[in-house]
Structure formats: structure tokens, C-alpha cells
Write a protein that binds this ligand. Structure first.
Ligand SMILES: Nc1ncnc2c1ncn2[C@@H]1O[C@H](COP(=O)(O)OP(=O)(O)OP(=O)(O)O)[C@@H](O)[C@H]1O
Length: 309
């Protein structure tokens, strides 16, 4: 487990990272999300020891991270750093050796990773002859070659086509399933949404929200429901506590107001929360005719993001 505890860092007057705390748990993919300049790269550099924090600590397995421990971390920096003339496989193996691996093991891991990442055919091409997306895959192989105990990846999906995203996803998932904590930053909320188990949302250097994806959806998502009936569903807007979001003939999407009185005018028992109130709407709908579909609408990550940032 990686624990970031009250880490702060300023550049001159700018407090780029402000009392940031979060965990990256074993076997979990943790998405690190925030707008440009919100402090993701600075936080990652502090975890990796590339940059010093002004205050706060980073713990790995309950101990302060030392340089020796960091050797066991895998890092893909934002600024990609490959040797353009070196062949892809040679390069990955070389970086493995810099992490203290034996030559044979480094070469074996490099070949296996390039294969997994769909680059086996290009293994002997100099990096400069590869497309940018393929260079990125080599960079990901370089972060993984020494079988790191922790993975920190800065924007690993930017610039990848959808197929490449799937390939990289499966490689990272595979590592996570072997118990490796994975922290990755991304602007692509749809990718983060699909991939991560946990999320840390950062805004202006501070953590705006964090937790498992499902917890955040429950916590920040409005109590939104969708109802589909046979006739016009416009009557829903008159139910107490309902805020209509969208009406399309027989289909209504609405939020339930937590504060409003329960909808007992429609025959439902007085209720204490939206959990009962949504049943009041359902009963009201059933009194009018058949109900084709009814249920909560799960908010997307970008909706949560808009709410907390
Ligand atoms: N070495 C530095 N000197 C001065 N300011 C810096 C330095 N590094 C980062 N900053 C500033 O700190 C803030 C946070 O930057 P950081 O790169 O951590 O953000 P980010 O969330 O990774 O952004 P992006 O998504 O654009 O990469 C920004 O305002 C940035 O300009």
C-alpha cells in the first residue's frame, strides 16, 4: 500500500500541491484525475522522489520511502525519455538492467512485454522509427520491465488509439490483479471511468474527492431516475420532490429532491429518504398504467467531476 500523507509543495508563490493525502491500495487501479495544472505530475514526482515535498510524507508499506525502495517502483514520466537510436527491445532491457536486473532476465521481460503490448514485430526497430503511439507502448514496457511493486504512470493513455488503449489497459489490469498498486493520471474521463477501481480527484492542488468509483457515484451522483411508461410521462413533474431533468414523450428522467416532503399524495407511505420517495413515483406511475422501465441512472465520472471541481 502506498500512502500519501499531507504532502504540500510550492513553487514561489504558487501552492502547486496543498496538503494532499490519499492511498493507492494493492491490486487496485487508482485514477488520478484533474484539470491541467491541478498538481498531478508534481504529486507523482514527489512520490517518486524526483521532487522534494515542502512538507508531508510518502509511505510504502508503512515506512517512509527511501531511494532503495524507489528502485522497486515503476514510473512512466510525463516527458517521455527514450533513446531514439536504440532498438525497442534493447532499450527496454537496458532500462531493466538500470534497475539492477540480470541481462538475461531483462531481455526475457522486455521481449514478453513487447509481445503483450502488440509490438513483437517492431522489437528490433530503432525507437525513432516507431509511431508516437508505439513509442508510448515502449515507454510503458520500460516502466514495467523490472516487475515493479508499485506503478505510477503519468498520462499513459494520451495519444493512444482505441485499440492501443485496450491493449495497455489489459497489461495494467494484469499487473493490478497480481497485487500491484497502480496509480495513473489521465484527462480522458471515459477511460478512467472504465478502468479504475478507485479515484482521486484533484483541483487547484488539493484533493476534491477520493474513494472507490462506486462510492463516489453514490456520494456525488444526484438521486436520478428514469421512468418509461406507455403514454406521456409529463405528469411526473407535478410529483412532490421531483425535479424533471428530461422529458421525451413516455420517457422521463428526474432527480429526487432529498429535502422535499414525501409524495404521499400518490398513495405511498410517508418516507424518510429518496429511497422511499422513488417508490412513490413508481406507484403513481403504476396507478396510471403499465411501467416499461424504471430505475436509478448512474452518474458518469464527468458529471461527478463537474460537481466536485
Ligand atoms: N518546476 C516548476 N516550477 C514552477 N512551477 C511549476 C513547476 N512544476 C509545476 N509547476 C506549476 O505547478 C502547477 C501544477 O503543475 P502539474 O504539472 O503538477 O499539474 P498537472 O495536474 O500534472 O497538469 P497537466 O495535466 O497539465 O500535466 C502548475 O501551475 C505548474 O505550472
Amino acid at each position: 500500500m502506498l500512502q500519501v500523507r499531507s504532502v504540500s509543495r510550492s513553487f514561489g508563490e504558487l501552492r502547486a500541491v496543498d496538503d494532499v493525502s490519499f492511498d493507492v491500495a494493492p491490486g487496485r487501479m487508482t485514477g488520478f484525475v484533474g484539470a491541467n495544472g491541478s498538481g498531478k505530475t508534481t504529486t507523482m514526482r514527489i512520490i517518486l522522489g524526483v521532487l522534494a515535498a515542502d512538507s508531508g510524507t510518502v509511505l510504502w508499506e508503512n515506512r517512509e520511502v527511501t531511494q532503495t525502495v524507489r528502485q522497486r517502483f515503476g514510473y512512466m514520466p510525463e516527458e517521455r525519455g527514450l533513446y531514439p537510436k536504440m532498438k525497442a527491445a534493447e532499450q527496454v532491457a537496458y532500462l531493466g538492467r538500470l534497475h539492477g536486473m540480470e541481462r538475461a532476465a531483462a531481455e526475457r521481460n522486455a521481449a514478453a512485454l513487447l509481445e503483450q503490448l502488440g509490438l513483437a514485430e517492431r522489437a528490433d526497430d530503432p525507437v525513432e522509427q516507431l509511431s508516437l503511439g508505439n513509442q508510448q507502448r515502449v515507454q510503458i514496457a520500460a516502466a514495467l520491465v523490472h516487475d515493479p511493486g508499485l506503478l505510477i504512470l503519468d498520462e499513459p493513455f494520451s495519444g493512444l488509439d482505441p485499440l492501443a488503449i485496450e491493449i495497455v489497459l489489459s497489461v495494467l489490469r494484469d499487473r493490478a490483479s497480481r497485487g500491484v498498486p497502480v496509480l495513473f493520471s489521465s484527462h480522458q474521463l471515459d477511460v478512467v471511468e472504465r478502468l479504475c477501481d478507485d479515484l482521486v480527484i484533484i483541483a487547484a492542488g488539493a484533493v476534491a474527492a477520493s474513494g472507490s468509483r462506486d462510492e463516489l457515484r453514490r456520494q456525488f451522483g444526484p438521486s436520478r431516475f428514469q421512468l418509461v411508461v406507455d403514454d406521456d410521462a409529463g405528469w411526473v413533474r407535478d410529483v412532490p420532490g421531483v425535479r424533471l431533468v428530461e422529458l421525451d414523450g413516455p420517457r422521463a428522467v428526474f432527480d429526487l429532491d432529498e429535502e422535499s416532503p414525501p409524495g404521499d399524495a400518490y398513495g405511498a407511505a410517508p418516507a424518510g429518504g429518496a429511497g422511499d420517495r422513488d417508490q412513490a413515483v413508481l406507484q403513481a406511475a403504476l396507478q396510471r398504467g403499465p411501467v416499461r422501465s424504471y430505475g436509478p441512472v448512474v452518474p458518469s465520472l464527468s458529471e461527478i467531476f463537474k460537481e466536485v471541481v
